[in-house]
Design a protein around this ligand. Sequence first.
Ligand SMILES: [Zn+2]
Length: 470
Amino acid sequence: MKRNIVYVTVDSIRADHIGYAGYDEPTTPNIDELAAEGTTYSRTIANGIPTYYSFKSLLGGVRSLSHGRDIGLPRDATSLAETFDRAGYETAGFNAGNPWLTRNYGYHRGFDTFRDFMTDESDEPGVSGDTFEQLKQFCKNAVDGSDWLTDKLGFAGRLFCAINGHIPLETAETVTERATDWLARTDTDQPFFLWIHYMDPHYPWVPPSEYLTPFGDDDISTYDIGRLWHLVAHLHEDDATDVADRDLEKIRTLYDAEIRRTDTAIGRVVNELKRQGVYDETVISIVGDHGTELYDHGGFSHGPRTLFDEIVDVPLVFKGPEIPATEYDAAQLVDVPPTLASKAGLSQEAVAAFEGDDLFERRPNGVTTEVVYDYDPALEKNRDNGLLQARTRWPWKLVRNLETDETQLYHLESDPREHDEVSEAHPETVRELDAELDESRRAVARRNETLAEKRWVRERLATLRDESVV
Ligand SMILES: [Zn+2]
């Protein structure tokens, strides 16, 4: 029997800000409820960051660089949506305006219904996004050459947007309404695959006040929200500025409120599944594409300049029929598509076509994260820059930069915030993890060769069958 799939991906959500993972603020009551009935992992590591590398795993089913350095859904990979489409599913995808997950980058492939809120002409115009873009353009034209004026106008623009609730992305409420409308219209006798991508925990953090209330921090005004938006925008680029402790507290609360807002939206999706009478037969998965820095190491970025845990460690939940209520140790994002295909009840062949493994059959002993660390995809330049790689194998993490030859080792158990670099004290561990990084690349290449050979044999046999030779 084929199961429905509801696949919720959340941008910039850190594992250490999630209730079920031990966070002491009330960010995720709905996710926690699903987690209590389902399977979670104490560590889930992204194989690539940021969005444009991570989603090669989450929807493409391949590692960040195993199919080349280009961003977007690799042409020669079968995406998760295509897999469900071929298996007879009704497929729909709703992306809250993340520009890397649009049809420009091939992410519409396999979806019968696809809304990226950017390139879809049939959508009502994104009023908030347009306002912001127009303001930005106005500032650019008006003040070209003056940093002081750019700064002042940028501040004024952000303040205007914060006070009026305009943000350059679709909110959880809008995306959820579209997705639940689709669910209400869809013939639930057919199995369906629904993907929703939420952007709210992604900077800028401009939560409505109702989502601040659970955190008891009611003195964050809209002026503050605009001011902190501006501050974070600056520190995104420049790590040298000091941030006052109270401001940092407010920034963390704003971030938590955006997680709470997303969690509330997820609760609405769950309610709609229950209303339709399909909740019990649906596999729900919630996962982050990467985390985000909250000044842990002096910035507010999410890569790909560093691979600290605040960026690579994300939540992952599976809930549904035949999924045990338990917590396992390790998972990686490239394993999510085959796990979903398997839990949906698709063929072994469909599951095996992905680069990763079904997490209920096999969990990774160590995870490799790889990014081209200074590649600007917007400009499509710096293609030749070196790799930044990390090998996470509890309790160790090795980070190496192939361009500068720098290596860093952290002991995650005794130093979870990764502030003590200990490679000199543990040369043997450095050598081991170094070798594992090289071997993991070779193993992926071997696996992909085998997959390509199998595909070739299958296609050749199909042709011969068509020609009635066999
Ligand atoms: Zn992202």
